[in-house]
Ligand binder design. Sequence first.
Ligand SMILES: Cc1ncc(COP(=O)(O)O)c(C=O)c1O
Length: 396
Amino acid sequence: MLSKKALGINPSPTMAIDSKAKEMKSQGIDVIGFGAGEPDFDTPLHIREAAIKAINEGHTRYTPAAGTPELKEAITDKLKVENSLEYSPAQIVVSNGAKHALSNVFTALLNPGDEVMIPVPYWVTYPELVSLNDGVPVPLETSEDTQFKATLTDMEKAYTNKCKAFVMNSPCNPTGQIYNEEELKTIADFCCERNIYIISDEIYEHLIYGNHRQFSPAAFNEQVRNLTIVINGVSKSYAMTGWRIGYSASSPDIARVIASIQSHTASNPNSIAQKAAVAALRGPQECVEEMRIAFDERRRYMYDQIKNIPLLNALEPQGTFYMFISVAEAIGKSYRGQIIFGSDDFAAHLLESRKVAVVPGTGFGAPDYVRLSFATSMDNIVEGLKRIGAFAGDLE
Ligand SMILES: Cc1ncc(COP(=O)(O)O)c(C=O)c1O
């Protein structure tokens, strides 16, 4: 029998829906995919060129396990300038993407039975990583009335004395919502009073719209900073999802443990991608803003259109490239005689009948919702929303 722990892990539903849409496309089916969790832009040219140069100059060997000094310095400079966070390079561990950085953090922090509070809806990977590391994911129920942002009352309800860490993801995948400074301070105070680590996943920090701002709890004061592990990376901001570079910034003793775990499980992150990440962080930043503007245009179009589709209710995204949409009014209706019992059915019938792929909210802990990514072309969005409108019109 295989490992019970491993057998308990569900494959990532977001990746599954994206692969299904890609597979249908490769069979010549005209499918519109709203599943993607990655920018549809190419990695900017100067970053690609830095990688080619790295290969030609022979940066093709093992690097220090926690990343090259050059990249770690570029990261500490970025954290200082953009986030007002003072870290030394020894506090940075560069990993194979933010996902790997998170995996290392849970391995470093958790003992069997330690609880980790995760606000619902959550990015599908958090609870699975906690379980894989013998921890207990504790879903922290939130409400749409507070845009799914955890409040003090929500936290008090979910807290037990076994709680070791709290996962903060702002801007949030899948809801697209951002915690303001006051909301974040309330959470930071709660965690400080109880000595709970804050894992702050800031991967979508550059994808922010309107007047919203992203805050890192680590910037509040030294006590919070010592309890916070900042997670970030270049995947989403620089259209570098395939390069696999992410990092953690934490107190020196945590960073030492993370580096040591990584030295045995992965050696180092890819040497060429590390050079490319230096170019991303140190090079011109206009590309980030250009992509953000394009996402914003699509976001506004999509939000306006969805308002006109019956049975769907979207939450206006403040950040990320995801729109979280309630399909509660569609649940209980039927499509050609088949009852829609939840978002899984909604997504399955939509894909089957109108060839549109959306991610059901079940994997995010929110079965009455679906997530649509607007990291796809405007043409796809226009056509996809037309089809979704037609599908909604077919429900009786
Ligand atoms: C909230 C969140 N954190 C982390 C990641 C992973 O990023 P990376 O590609 O750097 O592993 C994702 C990717 O979807 C994400 O949505």
